[in-house]
Ligand binder design. Sequence first.
Ligand code: IDP
Ligand code: MG
Length: 134
Amino acid sequence: MYQETYCMLKPDAVAKHHIGEIVARFEAVGLEIKRMQLSEVTPEQAAANYAEHQGKPFYDGLISYITSGPVVKMVLGGEDAVKVVRKLMGATNPLEAAPGTIRGDFGLIMDENVIHGSDSPESAEREIKIFFAE
Ligand code: IDP
Ligand code: MG
């Protein structure tokens, strides 16, 4: 089923010049770039996006990290886009992410795991509104 998902290249991906290589992977599988913007994440957007993690030990670090520099915000569309993007991303911890996945190939530490992607169609709808409001 065609759907849209929210995806974000985190500050480390931008700082280390991996934007092109990562976006190329999405285009290679046939996902369509519907929206794309280089900008910073506001504290409000960060809190809304990561509301489910509030109170966890890594929460404060996660919020300060995701707001620490420019990110690439994207809406990607395609058949089962949510699942496809999660599959291309790989496991949350880069040390466990399989080689060939984005997290497996571009990072080494959990706190800077290169990319965010919505984990369900419901999250996608919510997150697209947070980052592309209008
Ligand atoms: P996901 O990004 O694969 O959906 P989540 O469990 O939703 O993983 O966690 C959101 C983000 O929070 C992760 O991408 C990672 O940056 C960070 N994170 C999650 N668990 C930990 C942890 O145990 N230590 C440090 N950072 C974490
Ligand atoms: Mg998540």
